[in-house]
Design a protein around this ligand. Sequence first.
Ligand code: GLA
Length: 379
Amino acid sequence: MSSDLARRFVEVFQSEPEIISAAPGRVNLIGEHVDYNDGFVLPFAIDAVTTAAIRVRSDSKIRIVSQQKPDEVYESKIENLEPKSGPNWTRYLLGVLWALKVKNGVDILVESKVPQGAGLSSSAALECSIGVALNELLNLGYSLSELARLMQQAENEYVGVPCGIMDQSISLMAVEGHALLLDCRDLTVQQIPVNFVGAGLRLLIIDTGVHHELIDGGYAQRRSQCESAAKILGIQSLRDADLELIKKYQMQLSELEQKRARHVITEISRVKKAVAALEANDFVQLGKLITESHISLRDDYNVSSPELDVAVDTSLKNGALGARMVGGGFGGSAIALIKDVDAGMIAREIEKAFKDSGFKPPRFFDSLPSQGARILKTN
Ligand code: GLA
């Protein structure tokens, strides 16, 4: 794979790349919409990656090409980097150059195999593939958590998407066979072994095909509802709240703020229980927690969609141990923890339910917990 990209790089830029790197997308087992509330999340990296080939130039020119649009070369200059400038998809890369304060020009060729718009963090994969490569190539010396914060800054300030820290952290820090328990306040981590295969299980990923954009407003609105609730409660973030505190302040908090806070508080406690369930190989309990997470996201956080609900309900009706929407919501993907032998049957039932509801056909993926960002080759 990396040699194909190197060959293509030479064709496009007439010189060898200095480094080739890869960074994965992710699913989140549990802990949704809690990263920007300083909570705990439990994502794992999927096996689909974005691969990047890079060469640092002696002048200040930037050239970017994507294998997905091989005939388009985007050109700019390092001194012209300005937040929110550049065609949409290039901003994720330009933002990284900007956040890392790169001084020289670069030639970049990227190839993304992470499904886009599916809520599987194709944007974090893009950012981290470049970030990890430049950190190495330019000897920047950033730790993975520092790099995650810089990638988030690129997305927040350069691209203009108000995402939290989960996606960049998992793309950078994932370890094969493990989910990452990430404390989103101080970015300390614990690698939690996940043994679905040993238990005859699989995590089915159901892409509803409904495109979601964090930039669309619903996500930013949830964030600000949480921030205003924390302010009223007199705490730094909702991580510091419990249900008793919400009850005590019920006259001061709006009904929506109470619902949002309830989701965040209960979700953080579900993450902790999910870790215990994984450690005990208690997948029935894990499944229950996953489904409870969906109900909370649907009813208290209001970020599900009819397609996500049909995917979840159909999975559960056909024997899934648990199912829920993942990522920002309003579309994107759902996950279902299912018996391996049921995979074909459940996929067919979901396809049928989508057809009956007049939705476009879903896509299915599955992945074991895979490795995080890595350098594939240096010259
Ligand atoms: C998106 C964001 C993450 C996180 C999730 C919801 O994926 O990029 O930071 O907030 O939504 O958990």
